[in-house]
Design a protein around this ligand. Structure first.
Ligand code: FAD
Ligand code: FES
Length: 290
């Protein structure tokens, strides 16, 4: 980062927006300043940013699009890449953010945190499992993988939502399923289906079992609410998956995002600095109150 003050956000303009559901929106953001350091505008799949709504505060979102294909190296001058985020309006800052439209100006600082080890996945079969808004954190690694589709084995995407109206990235999922060797399965909780719903009905752990994906070196990339992850891990254990082949991303409450304030840590582990991406094995080694 080039700015001396690590808390100084850079200005970004809302270039476009897309309503995913009644309370979830995707923003496409362009840097509104010309002197942005290239490192600042580059990220890895799984990293997050602190997004400022001026007068209201900051909130943390995953950066949900794939990084520029070759990392926006110094040999690549402008244009700066756009950054995307998808957020649910649940509180003070996100409600204020939702009031902004195209051309609205917000702040961004980041990218922060570690990232998914996408290069370790070369040649392997992958399954991405996203519950509800947890799908947002998987979009960047999934788009990164799809861009280099031939390097990876078979890819499955399992997305679950409470109801049909809560499913995010509906149109994109159609595109993802169009790639060779990519199987997209969507499910809603019992009672959340509509008469014309053509996906599955059932909870993610059960639907995952029905997909009959043997462990065999497969990498599982999962994100969702804690209760979903709890039952998913039980299902994975039953199926013979080992904790080191499962990776997830944590969403503990944060403030500074850069390891200074102690808001997100348990013992020596700071989610903002040492995470948010962790293996199931690492999770097992963390204190119980995590
Ligand atoms: C690494 C990381 C990545 C995230 N990525 C996304 C994302 O891509 N999209 C998205 O919509 N949200 C994401 N979140 C959650 C998001 O940061 C919070 O929803 C947001 O900050 C809420 O701000 P607010 O001021 O609107 O809510 P507040 O007014 O602060 O809170 C409203 C309610 O939400 C609860 N809440 C706030 N933050 C969290 C949290 N982190 N976990 C659980 N409950 C919380 C509060 O306790 C309160 O009940 C992420 C969080 C982290 C730490
Ligand atoms: S959010 Fe401040 S230390 Fe992690």
């Amino acid at each position: 980062m080039s700015t001396a003050n690590p808390y100084r956000p850079r200005l970004m303009r809302i270039a476009d927006l897309h309503e995913e559901t009644a309370d979830v929106r995707t923003l496409e953001l362009e840097f509104a300043e010309s002197d942005v350091d290239l490192d600042f505008a580059s990220w890895k799949p799984g990293q997050f940013g602190e997004f400022t709504v001026f007068g209201h505060g900051e909130c943390v979102f995953a950066i949900s699009n794939a990084p520029p294909s070759n990392g926006h190296a110094a040999s690549q001058p402008d244009p700066l890449p756009t950054i995307e985020c998808t957020f649910r309006s649940i509180g003070k800052v996100t409600t204020a953010l939702r009031r902004l439209g195209v051309d609205g100006i917000i702040g961004f600082r980041g990218p922060y945190g570690n990232s998914f080890p996408v290069e370790d996945w070369y040649g392997k079969d992958l399954v991405f499992i996203g519950g509800g808004i947890g799908m947002v954190a998987l979009r960047s690694p999934l788009l990164t993988v799809l861009r280099q589709r031939e390097i990876f084995g078979d890819i499955a995407v399992l997305n679950g939502a409470r109801t049909v109206a809560d499913i995010v990235y509906c149109e994109e999922m159609e595109q993802w399923s169009g790639y060779d060797g990519v199987d997209v399965v969507r499910t809603v909780d019992p009672g959340g289906e509509t008469p014309d719903w053509d996906g599955k009905v059932g909870l993610i752990p059960q639907v995952f079992k029905e997909m009959e994906l043997a462990p065999d070196g497969r990498v599982v990339v999962a994100c969702g609410p804690p209760v979903m992850l709890h039952f998913l891990f039980l299902a994975l254990k039953e199926l013979g998956y080992s904790p080191d082949q499962v990776v997830t991303t944590l969403e503990n409450k944060m403030k500074c995002g850069i390891g200074h304030c102690g808001r997100c840590n348990v013992g020596p582990f700071y989610v903002c600095r040492d995470g948010p991406v962790v293996t199931w094995q690492q999770l097992n080694e963390l204190p119980n109150d995590f």
